[in-house]
Design a binder for this molecule. Structure first.
Ligand code: 5GP
Length: 207
């Protein structure tokens, strides 16, 4: 049996609900969710170690120097990175791990983990995206404008992803189930079973 877990990268425009989708995948299907480190200030209700590990720029740079991240990137003036230890430990335990990260980080992951699954979540339209970001009420207009600009850049990277899933308002469950279906199908990819196939070929020779 193949024991290594799979790495699932979920990206999407700011405000698209990818964080909620990731949490739902944990609750409903038992995925492991990597908690990132960031230099961004906590939003109301965010808890250190739950939504993010909140770091100073100096602490973050130290972690980079000690090879503490499997990827990191800058996003609208702040750094974000995926701590190495948790991901490696969970994959070794055979758990499927979700990284909810932006496009530059996703590409770094693809380079290092060839079998990672890259999924891009989008809203139905650009207008709905802006409405959601504004309606969330957590960001200043200036930050919303920066995030919309970033969305324009990110839209150009979508072709690097293998899967595209739409999170329609009020249809979170459907989006989550689609992601799980993608992962389940990919798990049957013949490449994941190479060792087992060789074992079976050898066994058959002896029969
Ligand atoms: P937010 O500030 O809204 O929580 O996150 C901003 C962006 O940073 C989102 O697109 C989110 O997916 C991304 N992000 C969160 N954690 C990481 C990480 O560890 N690495 C990278 N590259 N991006 C991240």
């Amino acid at each position: 049996m193949n024991k290594q877990g799979m790495l699932i990268v979920i990206s999407g425009f700011s405000g698209v609900g990818k964080g909620t989708a990731a949490k739902k995948l944990v609750e409903k299907y038992g995925y492991s969710l990597s908690v990132s480190a960031t230099t961004r200030a906590p939003r109301d209700g965010e808890v250190d170690g739950r939504e993010y590990y909140f770091k100073t720029v100096e602490e973050f740079r130290n972690l980079i120097d000690y090879n503490g991240f499997i990827e990191y990137a800058q996003y609208v003036e702040n750094y974000y990175g995926t701590p190495r230890a948790y991901v490696e430990q969970e994959l070794a335990l055979g758990h499927n791990v979700i990284l909810e990260i932006e496009v530059d980080g996703a590409l770094q992951i693809k380079e290092q983990y060839k079998d990672a699954i890259l999924i891009f979540i989008s809203a139905v339209s650009a207008k709905e995206l802006k409405d959601r970001l504004t309606g969330r009420g957590t960001e200043e207009p200036e930050v919303i404008a920066k995030r919309m600009n970033r969305a324009k850049e990110e839209a150009l990277s979508i072709s690097n992803y293998e899967y595209f899933v739409i999170n329609q308002d009020g249809r979170l469950e459907q989006c989550v189930d689609q992601i799980h279906a993608i992962v389940t199908a990919k798990r049957q990819d013949i490449r994941f079973w190479t060792d087992d196939i060789i074992e079976m070929q050898n066994e058959l020779k002896t029969m």
